[in-house]
Ligand binder design. Structure first.
Ligand code: ADP
Ligand code: SF4
Ligand code: MG
Length: 345
């Protein structure tokens, strides 16, 4: 039965990039799933494989990138086996993606109506007039006022936040089953990040969408998702219900991420960072990829890849020592700092 709950199931994905300096092992055995109608968070620092995971799923990797092993099961079908033509039908209609930068996803020389109706008519199999109606309706839904008038405007006539709303509308108008949002608010002013996020959250709920929300912001994950997969160095290091992971993280990296949330008592303008750098994925660290930065690392960590331990209700953690560690999060401090960030915004 559990099998039927999953809309997307990534099984042991390896994605590599072939560069002049060597092979970048961007995804090194990534496994996780998303259930029907479920908002799931993908979290980790920059460069840990979040975007590559999304691009591998949609098969939109650049020419030098390839998913060399694993299965990406979407509604029971392995996307990696699909012919290009069928894969094209999956993109947009089945799985929609919202990218980080709203400007690069809209063509500056065409009106919004042109950029929405054609794709709607194609995927929803309707005529131009019906497509226009759907477009206006969806723009209205994501909070573009006077959508009927504004739909004939050009992208530059909208603010960054409004452009991202338009892209959300364009994605949703196709009635996808799964939405992948890759850092959808990062390029926006801090004041409108919360609004756009609210729209995404509302839409996800209203339409019962499955969602993969990619972010490095833990506050966003807490407010928007039910489950979270924590990435580090091209691997999933911890997975489970969002609330449980916030209360009781088991992986030292997850813990370090929580510690890096800006704290009120300290200098407000500076983000605490985890000491050390995200690993380069050409010749990545052996054993546990986090070992050069982990304060709990022992000899075995630098040699042996940690196996994945499963426990509780759907929790997984890949750490040699997770049972011995007693990591504890001060939730009150996290809530306080989140509140402060919002108030500042
Ligand atoms: N086109 C590319 N060629 C070589 N390496 C790449 C390419 N795209 C991504 N990478 C590498 O893959 C790793 C994961 O990148 P990415 O998924 O973009 O990280 P993020 O978690 O920030 O989204 C990084 O080490 C990055 O340098
Ligand atoms: S396996 Fe070792 S290095 Fe990796 S997170 Fe656990 S304790 Fe740290
Ligand atoms: Mg990214």
């Amino acid at each position: 039965m559990a099998q039927n709950k999953k809309i997307l199931d990534l099984r042991n994905i390896y994605t590599y990039f072939y560069t002049e300096s060597g092979v970048v092992e961007a995804l090194d055995g990534v496994s996780f799933d998303v259930n029907y109608g479920e908002p799931v968070g993908i979290v980790g620092e920059s460069g840990c494989g979040k975007t590559v995971t999304a691009h591998s799923t949609l098969r939109i990797l650049p020419k030098n990138g390839k998913t060399v092993a694993g299965e990406i099961i979407y509604k029971g079908v392995n996307l990696l086996d699909l012919p290009d033509l069928q894969m094209r039908r999956i993109r947009g209609k089945e799985i929609a993606m919202i990218f980080q930068d709203p400007m690069t996803s809209l063509n500056p020389i065409f009106k919004i109506s042109d950029q929405m109706t054609e794709v709607i008519a194609l995927h929803r199999k309707c005529n131009k007039k019906e497509a226009l109606e759907i477009a206006i309706e969806t723009l209205d839904l994501v909070g573009i006022s006077e959508a009927e008038k504004r739909i004939t405007d050009y992208p530059h006539q909208f603010s960054g936040g409004m452009r991202q709303r338009i892209l959300i509308a364009r994605a949703l108008a196709l009635q996808p089953s799964l939405l992948i949002a890759d850092e959808p608010t990062t390029a926006l002013d801090v004041t409108i990040q919360a609004q756009v996020l609210e729209i995404i959250k509302e839409m996800q709920k209203k339409l019962g969408l499955a969602m993969m929300l990619i972010t490095h912001n833990l506050g966003v994950v807490a407010e928007t998702t039910k489950r979270v997969h924590i990435f580090y160095g091209g691997r999933v290091v911890e997975s489970g219900p969002t609330e449980e992971i916030f209360l009781d993280p088991k992986h030292p990296y997850t813990y370090a991420l929580f510690e890096s949330i800006p704290s009120l008592e300290k200098d407000k303008t500076r983000l605490e960072t985890i000491p050390g750098n995200v690993p380069r994925l050409i010749n990545p660290p052996k054993g546990c990829r986090f070992h050069p930065r982990c304060k709990y690392a022992t000899e075995v960590c630098s040699r042996v890849r940690p196996p994945e331990f499963k426990f509780g209700k759907g929790r997984r953690v890949a750490c040699h020592h997770f049972e011995e560690l007693d990591l504890h999060i001060d939730m009150e401090a996290i809530r306080e700092s989140r509140k402060a960030i919002k108030e500042e915004a």
